[in-house]
Design a protein. Structure first.
Length: 366
């Protein structure tokens, strides 16, 4: 019986990863639409996808906390192996995307200087201005934030798994995540007068890495809450129903509702970014406990799962590859540009990301 339960648990964990990974594909698509607009055939009722698509980023930050905790739950973290695996996961693709962007920017007379080195080492999110933090491949700033999360994760993991029961409770972790998230929101409120007229600028404090730490902690709390969700909602039917309702509602919140605040767009931008962390954390948690729900099965299907697996490559390549396609083929349609990014993504995934990942991990074992 114990062996059967263990097999069932392994199967459930695999399904969890597949369905959650599938959701990443939708989030990555939202970012693409945010940067390059809706296709012409999109109905007008979905126009908010373009303005809201960028808010898939908090989903990635919440998911990062959840997935890292899932991968290390019940284990001792070896710092050397952990950081090596993290570099193997993001380093090769990040560098390739950066070099593609640099090659494009060099057409305008780019010279290698401290700004390039800042991007190369993933430090640009600490200098969030349009002429430094976003000088090359703009989406790379989120990798800079993720590096900050990775640096802190072994410490946070040890804290939340310490012998002190208080820190191990999911309620404590979630409250800490919400509290940390409120800090930058309050900073925004206190500095609105100084930031008038800068609503469309990449400025402090909107993009500094520690301002997103609360979202990452929410992801950790979301994982720790799984057992409580299963205990509270023991019926598989109820788990399935709640899962699909919460995920569908969060997706509608993300894609359909326009949060723009006529009083101050920058404040509305901040509110969206951080307040979406809670429904995203709930969505991920319920997907993990209800892999048998209809929506979980769809998101865990081969198509969505594969799209989710390559979503990070797609995310990092979509801007520089689109730049090159627009330069080489000025008359290229929206669909041609999008398919070019997808093609480049698949090629980089199989020819660079996977081989480099294996190579780095093998070198680390020696």
């Amino acid at each position: 019986m114990a062996h059967t339960n263990r097999v069932r648990e392994i199967r459930v964990i695999n399904n969890e990863i597949r369905s959650i990974t599938g959701l990443r594909a939708i989030a990555a698509l939202g970012v693409y639409i945010n940067h390059f607009g809706n296709p012409a055939w999109f109905p007008n009722s979905l126009n908010n996808i373009q303005s809201n698509g960028g808010f898939a980023v908090p989903f990635f930050f919440v998911l990062s906390g959840f997935v890292l905790t899932l991968a290390h739950e019940g284990k001792q973290i070896n710092a050397r192996i952990f950081y090596l695996n993290r570099f193997a996961r993001i380093g090769p693709t990040y560098i390739v995307a950066l070099l593609i962007a640099v090659a494009y920017v060099s057409l305008s007379g780019f010279t290698f200087d401290h700004v390039f080195m800042m991007h190369f080492f993933g430090l640009q999110a600490w200098f969030p201005t349009s002429d430094s933090g976003f000088a090359f491949n703009g989406p790379g700033w989120t990798i800079s934030v993720e590096i900050f999360f990775y640096a802190l994760f072994p410490i946070l993991f040890a804290l939340f798994h310490s012998r002190h029961a208080f820190f191990g409770k999911w309620q404590t972790i979630v409250l800490l995540g919400i509290s940390v998230s409120l800090i930058p929101f309050l900073v925004h409120i206190s500095t609105l007068g100084e930031m008038r007229g800068l609503e469309n600028s990449y400025i402090w404090p909107l993009f500094l890495p520690f301002h997103y730490l609360g979202l990452f902690i929410l992801g950790i709390g979301g994982f720790k809450a799984r057992n409580s969700i299963q205990t509270l909602f023991q019926s598989k039917f109820l788990q399935s129903l709640l899962c699909d309702v919460i995920v569908a509602s969060s997706t509608l919140l993300f894609f359909v509702i326009n949060f723009k605040n006529p009083m101050h767009p920058l404040l509305a931008n901040a509110a969206q970014f951080w307040l979406l962390g809670i429904p995203f954390a709930l969505s991920i948690s319920f997907l993990s406990v209800a892999p048998f729900s209809p929506l979980s099965r769809i998101l865990g299907s081969r198509l969505f799962w594969f799209a989710g697996k390559i979503s990070m490559v797609f995310y990092l390549l979509h801007v520089p590859v689109t730049w090159w396609v627009q330069r080489i083929f000025p008359m290229a349609t929206y669909e041609v540009r999008f398919l070019s990014v997808v093609t480049a993504t698949i090629l980089v995934h199989f020819l660079i990301e996977l081989p480099a990942n294996r190579l780095i991990k093998n070198l680390g074992r020696r």
